[in-house]
Design a protein around this ligand. Structure first.
Ligand code: 48F
Length: 262
């Protein structure tokens, strides 16, 4: 059989079009394919929820690939070892309470398991705005990252979602859009994002899980974004908090979604 380039092109275009149309009305839309966002997406998809994730970059994985200073190993504490095990990521004990995992195995395995569980990931797409109705976030405004990079004057498209998760890491991009444009008060001391504090792994890892929660109606913060919103410290290349944050936000959302279904 001779290969026909037009058949290849049609296959891609038709399949992607169907996938994108399906993504326009979902239970949960996650912004950012770092470890926190992908873990959150995995648990939601595994529970049968319709969940999509939009990632600005070509590759998923956010800040996890590079371990610490590009040494591609990550450290995970006792509490989060169960999440590594759940995904089937191999780890080894370095010292009491500290486990090491290969960052490449970690990112690729989390991504693979999440996608196979049913999470639909759209890479190369930037979330540039949100939809707000009655003071509640209920969707996202999307454009190709290439449009953003080239500063082209091209209008975006819109999708609807029962809940949105900001997993954009340090910049907390969705929370900052809310702060700038919506007039909605965030659930913080000042009603605005507080900005992250300087490095303190022990505190940062504890607060990140606590801070990963609803920050205004319809919107949850997850992972490093949560510490940026609530003023918690950064923690460097220990990643247990990111994994536990993803698991926690997924658990909170599953409760909310089942309450809405009743
Ligand atoms: O930064 P990132 O990995 O966030 P995370 O899951 O994990 C944080 C750690 O990697 C590390 C750390 C540990 O000490 O602090 O930084 O909380 O992943 C965030 C992802 O969001 C994407 C971005 O490209 C990255 O892959 N992202 C950011 N803004 C947007 C976005 C946006 N507006 N639209 C789409 N994707």
């Amino acid at each position: 059989m001779k290969l026909d380039e037009v058949v290849i092109s049609k296959a891609i275009i038709e399949s992607y079009k169907d996938k994108l149309v399906e993504a326009l009305d979902v239970d949960v839309a996650i912004v950012g394919a770092g470890p926190a966002g992908m873990v959150c997406g995995y648990y939601l998809a595994r529970a049968g929820k319709k969940v999509v994730l939009f990632e600005r970059k070509l590759s998923v994985g956010g800040g996890m690939w590079g371990g610490g200073i590009m040494f591609n190993e990550i450290v995970v504490q006792d509490k989060a070892k169960t999440v590594l095990d759940e995904f089937g990521i191999r780890s080894r004990r370095y010292a009491p309470g500290y486990y090491l995992a290969d960052s490449i195995e970690s990112v690729s395995t989390i991504c693979s398991r999440a996608v196979k569980a049913g999470l639909k990931i759209f890479n190369l797409m930037t979330v540039e705005d949100v939809m707000v109705r009655d003071k509640r976030v209920n969707g996202l405004v999307l454009n190709w990252t290439a449009v953003e990079m080239a500063h082209l004057h091209v209008d975006p498209i819109t999708m609807r979602s029962r809940f949105v998760v900001d997993a954009t890491g340090h910049p907390a991009e969705v929370a900052r859009i809310i702060e700038r444009k919506s007039g909605i008060r965030l659930n913080t001391r000042t009603g605005k994002t507080l900005g992250e504090a300087s490095m303190w792994a022990d505190v940062g890892e504890e607060t990140i899980v606590r801070h990963s929660r609803q920050i205004c109606p319809g919107l949850y913060a997850c992972g490093m974004c949560a510490n940026a919103v609530f003023g918690g410290p950064r923690m460097g290349p220990i990643f247990g908090g990111m994994l536990l944050a993803g698991e926690k936000v997924a658990g909170d959302l599953l409760k909310r979604l089942s309450a809405r279904a009743k």
